[in-house]
Design a protein around this ligand. Structure first.
Ligand code: ZN
Length: 311
């Protein structure tokens, strides 16, 4: 029983072009750190399965999926001003979504205690039929639907601490009380969504919790928000599986934000959610990489996250 690290070398083939912050060296930097620190020896390193088009279609219309395939087959190009694809991006995106399936199956089957999916492209900005913010398919949303569909669970919790609001994830589950989306993010900031007033709609009202954090917030502010706002809501919801959208771009050294989290903040947030998984759902918790653009702080923060998952 241990922590699984789900990774496939295809993730390095998703080529976003020169000078793009969401680049292959992000994962190479994390891998170097995990090897150098020795933590990798305590992890179960597992290659993911590829998600099928039907899996992706749990969240995205099939003609959108086919459109992404076509855009990638055409070679290097952009889907919006930020979101680039290359020949291998479609396959990488299928494996990125598949990694969360693999992680869920391992944890559900008792073959791992928990798991971290070290993937790219990231997912939380992907809307049902629109790629944006470096994201093609919404990996965490597909995982939530997959777990409901395959493992017959009802209440899924997604906690998103990437510094940007996960507008895609929020939109996908906005009317759905079975998937509770909680996001802590710098606000106001890209992509502009994520106000406190967006609480879900219809049957989903009350199952979308945005916790906007002002620029300059640090570890203490985040931990306080977790303990005073997020944690009571989580325990009320009683999730049956916890998913983390783990972006590390809220680090104080990250070039894309003005939030001042450190490695120890990520360690503590992980610890809190792991404890919530123990209280509510037989320790079932998996996480997936979203952002994080300073190579050093990304590697060190991921290391802290894994240390807390392993503990
Ligand atoms: Zn981000």
């Amino acid at each position: 029983m241990k922590t699984a690290l789900i990774y496939h070398p295809i993730f390095l083939q998703h080529d976003t072009g020169p000078h793009h912050p969401e680049r292959a060296s992000r994962l190479q930097s994390i891998l170097r750190k995990l090897k150098k620190s020795g933590i990798i020896d305590g992890l179960a390193l597992i290659e993911p399965q590829q998600a099928s088009v039907d899996d992706i279609a749990l969240v995205h219309p099939k003609d959108y999926v086919m459109g992404i395939q076509k855009a990638c087959a055409a070679g290097h190009g952009s889907l919006d001003p930020d979101t680039m694809v290359s020949k291998d991006s479609y396959e990488a995106a299928l494996f990125a979504a598949g990694a969360m399936k693999t992680a869920a199956d391992l944890v559900f089957g008792g073959e791992a205690d928990n798991a971290f999916c070290m993937v790219r492209p990231p997912g939380h900005h992907a809307r049902p039929a629109q790629a944006m913010g470096f994201c093609l398919f919404n990996n965490v949303a597909i995982a939530a639907r997959y777990i409901q569909d395959r493992h017959k669970l009802n209440r899924i919790l997604i906690v998103d601490w990437d510094v940007h609001h996960g507008n895609g994830t929020e939109e996908i589950f906005y009317n759905d009380p079975s998937v509770f989306y909680i996001s802590l993010h710098q606000y106001p900031h890209y992509p502009g969504t994520g106000s406190k007033e967006s609480r879900g709609a219809g049957k989903g009202e009350g199952f979308n919790l945005n916790i906007p954090m002002p620029a300059g917030s640090g570890d203490t502010d985040y931990i306080k928000a977790f303990q005073e706002i997020a944690l009571p809501a989580i325990n009320d919801f009683k999730p049956e599986f916890i998913l983390i959208s783990a972006g590390f771009d809220g680090h104080k050294d990250d070039p894309l934000s003005s939030v001042n989290l450190t490695e120890s903040g990520y360690h503590e947030m992980t610890r809190i959610l792991k404890a919530a998984a123990q209280t509510n759902c037989k320790n079932r918790i998996i996480s997936v990489l979203e952002g994080g653009y300073n190579l050093l702080s990304l590697a060190n923060s991921t290391h802290s996250h894994l240390k807390a998952l392993l503990a």
